[in-house]
Design a protein around this ligand. Structure first.
Ligand code: SF4
Length: 295
């Protein structure tokens, strides 16, 4: 069996940066708190925990006064910074620069829209940390929508600005904003209220769709390696499966469907923006131990 790892899969630069910062700190002091999982991949979290990283949650902050804490690539709302500073904590901020820029835009738009009686719509997952960080930037009316059905309760006679969580599908965002546009036109007999659609999906994710689809087409079967909590992983897995029905979602080496791979000549291994390279390599090695490479 020929086994190939997708050269474009693996950590995005925001995750690489966060993990580099954590590793530097762990090398220096051997200990670091992280607010939430540093990356949505259990195997990578476990590797860092073995090096001294401790994952804690917002409700637990009071138990760790005056300690160093990392904020991960997803970003945090201003209230989390205030809380940590109030506890005398030192913040190591690993918020991805792309997310930071998006937070600033939401804040600016919120200031203007509030004066105009307008609203913000965020296409994303309601409980996702990045969305929580975006909502915290403004006290203007904000609605999180995940599907077109969520639009039914929103009043589209108001000025509206739309943003997307960075890891959502650009195609789905376009379909949703098209619907918003239609609704706004339908409600107004004259000129519809202003609608601004911000292109805020992350290029690091968007660029992977095409290359991943090509990669999936070029192989007889695909092992898609990802943590179960990764929304980007779920989306990219579906992308692979839509072009190659022999695509298997696996978390790591322990759930490789070895029996199902019998007879596969070309196997592709790929993953999400939160999948470590070392894990995809371990999967390849495990498969090759059962189905050796012909060369
Ligand atoms: S997916 Fe994009 S926005 Fe999100 S952490 Fe990675 S580089 Fe940053």
């Amino acid at each position: 069996m020929w086994v190939e790892i997708d050269p474009h899969s693996g950590f995005c630069f925001g995750v690489v940066r966060a993990i580099d910062l954590a590793e530097q700190e762990l090398q220096r002091s051997g200990k670091l708190l992280c607010l939430g999982d540093i990356v949505h991949n259990g195997a990578e979290v476990q590797r860092l925990q073995e090096g001294g990283l401790e994952t804690i949650y917002y409700e637990e902050l009071d138990r760790y006064p005056a300690q160093r804490i990392m904020f991960r690539a997803h970003g945090e709302p201003p209230s989390t910074y205030e809380k940590a500073r109030g506890l005398g904590m030192e913040i190591i901020d690993a918020t991805c620069p792309v997310v930071l820029q998006l937070q600033r835009k939401v804040k600016r738009s919120g200031e203007v829209l509030k004066l105009q009686g307008g609203q913000i719509i965020i296409f994303g997952k309601p409980d996702h940390a990045e969305v929580n960080g975006l909502l915290g930037q403004t006290d203007c009316d904000c609605y999180v929508v995940q599907t077109p059905d969520d639009l039914t309760t929103i009043d589209f006679r108001r000025p509206t600005e739309c943003f997307s969580q960075t890891t959502m599908s650009a195609r789905d965002y376009k379909a949703l904003t098209d619907q918003i546009e239609v609704r706004m036109r339908a409600l107004s007999s004259e000129a519809p209220p202003p609608l601004v659609i911000h292109a805020s999906t992350c290029g690091q994710v968007a660029n992977r769709h095409e290359s991943l689809a090509r990669f999936a087409q070029q192989h007889d079967a695909i092992l898609f390696v990802s943590g179960k909590k990764s929304s980007n992983g779920k989306m990219l897995f579906e992308e692979c499966r839509s072009v190659n029905p022999h695509t298997y979602f696996i978390v790591g080496t322990e759930d490789i469907p070895l029996a199902d791979l019998a007879g596969v000549a070309r196997l592709g291994i790929c993953g999400a923006t939160s999948t470590p390279r070392w894990l995809m390599e371990a999967v390849a090695k495990r498969v090759e131990a059962t189905y050796p490479n012909p060369s």
